[in-house]
Design a protein around this ligand. Sequence first.
Ligand code: AMP
Length: 144
Amino acid sequence: MSLETIYDVDNIFAKIIRGEMACVKIEETNDTLAFMDVFPQSRGHCLVVHKNADATNLFDIKTESLGALVNMVQRIAKGVKDGLNPDGIRIAQFNGAPAGQTVFHLHFHIIPVYENRALAPHAGGSPADAALLEETAAKIRAAL
Ligand code: AMP
């Protein structure tokens, strides 16, 4: 898929936003949704999406919609920092399959990094334990 991909209204994140697929939600606003990544690269890996912008990547979203999304990224990253106390936090955003994008609805990754613990591969491996995801989301939520 190139950077010019047409937005697919049935991508996984669009289904999550419409409530057709479950997610472990952290927080939602009128415009944004933050939820846990089910194939986390580390404990607390979460995602932030815009709910009302049908954008596959950073180049599709209207500049005026980006503010709400980035504000939410900062808010949730602070929740991850205060709730999970990692040693570092990586913020990532992939544009196009060659860059590593696998879900074609614009999203930001918030990936806590813990010293001496390697990150799991991107978008791979087995799904996280549902109870652990809920517990981790609760810790982030409590720190917001
Ligand atoms: P990207 O490769 O940047 O498009 O990231 C997509 C991310 O979505 C990956 O980190 C996947 O682990 C994650 N993911 C895939 N399916 C789901 C899902 N149903 N719920 C939550 N995260 C998902």
